[in-house]
Ligand binder design. Sequence first.
Ligand SMILES: *Cc1c(COP(=O)(O)O)cnc(C)c1O
Length: 466
Amino acid sequence: MKYISTRGTAPILGFSDVVLAGLAEDGGLYVPQTFQQFTAAEWRSLTALPYPQLAARIMQPFVGDEIPLATLERLAVEAYQPFRHPAIAPLKQLAHNHWLLELFHGQTLAFKDYALQFLGKLFDYLLQQRGEKITVVGATSGDTGSAAIEACRDKSTIEIFILHPHGRVSDVQRRQMTTVLSPNVHNIALKGTFDDCQDIVKALFNDLPFRKQHNLSAINSINWARILAQVVYYASTALALGAPDRPVSFAVPTGNFGNVYAAFVARKMGLPIEHLAIGTNKNDILTRFFASGSMAVTGVSPTLAPSMDIQVSSNFERLLFDAYNGDSAKLSTTMQEFRATGQYTVPPALHNSLTALFSAYRFDDADITRIISTTYQTTGELIDPHTAIGVAAAQHALADGRTTAPIVSLACAHPAKFPDAVQAATGVFPELPLWLSDLHSREERMVVLENSVEAIRGFIAAKDII
Ligand SMILES: *Cc1c(COP(=O)(O)O)cnc(C)c1O
């Protein structure tokens, strides 16, 4: 399987090179040249497989002959073995036609574990084969950092440095990072904001000699392997609810558009996915796009669902590339315009074709609180603010007649990750799972550093063994 950049001028690469490269050299995102379709009979033959085996079978056509199926299966078994639910991604029923997919049974209680645990194993395998090492550097406002740290801890091929804004992440989120005492894990509390953290990471990646010397790598959501690993839970869910013989719809709380794009890939692989409802918080660039056909940047403001507080949804470029029928010249022009003016508008026919499959709804903090409360009252389930946005999007899509198939909302984080919002809405304090209940008494390790590129560069250079 070969991969091409959405912008069309980066080298065409195989799976392993794409995984290690992350972003394409021309600034685009790698996508597979073709999408393998499984026939209905093939999907039926996958129905009984346990999650890790299903994962290997779904990924195999996208990996090609670069990794044997047995090895893929071993990596998947190792990646999902520490998950705390035997079904890995279990389903619960919320209403007659509405289901909840729990994606918080990994080590850091958010759906990012499902992709990053696999990616960590994959990186380690590929780097060992090549006799190489990498330095992962990332900025986090919460969920991504802890999931990346858990995925990279104790791996001899990886040193990981995660910057978070000092005093500005929740206690649970900070402790999920700082209580990992593995020698290859370095937590940096920056005396600044999340944007400062991001700017410093960008500056380090733009410092080409430094980047080369330390073999810097990002594990962010534009990595194709993360998308691919996320396709698996859409498939396991669809199969559990009767696919390929019965259609299913999904409702996805959305920030960078990575998670919902994985649903789109599952559909391209032949699963009967009828409708995709997306939910945003008040940072609603996507909701405005689906309403108007115009993508237009505005500011970002903090909400109760911080993992969706984003300005630009980077993975949307992959969907647009598909909608442009793979016309990379046209896509590059659009992206240049976006970069220059902060906005672009797609032709009406293209907009119509997207809104035939997708609907989009926006919910502010008051909506989020109300939905957490009513969900608790009607079903007894405590849901986190991100999940609430998906649940509400599903309810709207059903009410608007956008789907007659059963719709599945993605529970993207455990309620205990956002205890204050959940308690304010329901009066109930969501407890951490038993196996994490000693989180607040575990030893923490982090360094507090000044808000300057030099301070961070110096720290990495001194610690990094590469
Ligand atoms: C990352 C995250 C999201 C947003 O997912 P995208 O793939 O960026 O759309 C939503 N909810 C939670 C809890 C997250 O951690």
